[in-house]
Design a protein around this ligand. Structure first.
Ligand SMILES: *Cc1c(COP(=O)(O)O)cnc(C)c1O
Length: 369
């Protein structure tokens, strides 16, 4: 039996590299609340992401919630059901009503042509997701947002390092939220960041993540706590040195998958986006049962038996979650529904060997009943 191939595996620096980074904390005893490591990481990420403003959080989810608070989003927010639980839960936890827009069949991001028909007098924002690192139709979304005076908050959790031409992904919309969770391309164990331009919004965000305190005696927001600690920042400083190489290694696996799976009957692979620099975060495939000879669940099960652990990411759609039942109307999103029933993301991580990708492809194509 082949060694298990997980769907993902966290990037880690060497033990010594991490220890060297955290060692000074035993001197300073400054473990969180924007310490020296936090400030260094903020600076380095500002450079890497070409961001005019950035604020770091203890995770991506709380960053999403803080972004909704800082922009004072109210009423309805147009979003996608083809995403991780976090996007929709952030909206609902902030007392907002999600309105679900269908997705594009090419790259699975929000179908910008279908946004306008969902706008009502209660709509105040759009929250699209650069799903799998695929860039949303940012130009069309900006045009719609300007015309209707809506905020745009991108869930960029999958899109660390993605660029459109020379423009870094965080420079679209009002705010972009990154996740630095252990399973993401770049991580700080748990962590998140918000990128944007507006100084006033960032002033508010830094209060929001620290119990709403503008100063020790001026508590101006009902903020809660979502600060990034020094140990998280240390992991980020280490991983940032290696993320470029990690993305290159992911690229080799993705290129192997692309070459060997794109022309298989019954398998759909997203086309590469023209002019977009990818981060090779995920490799989704869609299985059409009639042509492939097996449905998605059968393939998933067969791969598990061979110690290959793909993931039904994203299935089911967030709009169908039991926790949301009867809480708001759910718009039909037939394209997203079909994708969620056909999709599998394949194993992909920085230290995955091309031989392992070979084994995965051989099992996908060879073992059909
Ligand atoms: C990972 C993820 C989040 C949440 O980020 P955390 O850092 O895990 O809290 C939000 N949205 C999407 C699309 C994600 O993949």
């Amino acid at each position: 039996m082949h060694e298990p191939i997980p769907v993902t595996r966290s990037l880690l620096p060497s033990f010594d590299e991490y220890i060297a980074e955290v060692k000074p904390l035993w001197e300073s005893r400054w473990l969180t609340n924007e310490g020296a490591l936090y400030r260094r990481l903020e600076n380095e990420l500002r450079g890497y992401l070409n961001a005019s403003r950035i604020s770091l959080f203890t995770n991506g989810h709380l960053a999403l919630e803080a972004a909704l608070e800082a922009l004072e989003v109210t009423g309805e927010i147009i979003t996608t059901p083809f995403t991780f639980a976090s996007t929709t839960q952030a909206i609902v936890r902030k007392g907002l009503t999600p309105v679900f827009c269908d997705v594009s069949p090419d790259n699975f991001t929000m179908d910008a042509e279908k946004i306008e028909e969902l706008i009502t007098d209660k709509t105040s924002a759009i929250m699209p997701v650069h799903v799998y690192g695929n860039l949303c139709d940012v130009d069309k979304i900006e045009e719609i947002a300007e015309k209707h005076n809506l905020k745009v908050i991108y869930d960029a959790a999958h899109a660390f390092g993605v660029k459109k031409g020379e423009t870094s992904v965080g420079n679209f919309g009002d705010l972009s939220i990154f996740s630095f969770h252990a399973t993401k391309v770049f991580h700080t164990i748990e962590g998140g960041g918000i990128v944007g331009q507006d100084d006033m919004v960032f002033h508010r965000l830094s209060a929001l993540k620290n119990f709403g305190q503008y100063s020790p005696e001026d508590v101006g927001e009902i903020g809660g706590n979502s600060k990034m600690s020094e140990f998280q920042a240390a992991m980020g400083l280490c991983n940032l040195r290696h993320v470029g190489e990690a993305i290159q290694r992911r690229k080799q696996v993705v290129e192997y998958y692309r070459k060997h799976l794109s022309s298989i009957e019954g398998i759909y692979v997203c086309p590469e986006q023209k002019g977009v620099k990818s981060n090779y975060a995920y490799f989704p495939i869609l299985i059409s049962a009639d042509e492939f000879g097996e449905n998605r669940d059968q393939l998933y099960g067969r791969l598990c038996e061979k110690n290959i652990f793909a993931r039904k990411y994203f299935y089911p759609l967030t709009s169908t979650f039991r926790c949301f039942r009867d809480k708001f109307p759910v718009q039909p999103t037939p394209v997203a529904q079909q994708i969620s029933e056909q999709v599998l993301t394949l194993p992909l991580y920085a230290d995955m060997s091309v031989e392992d990708a070979e084994y995965v492809c051989a099992e996908i194509t060879g073992g059909r009943k």
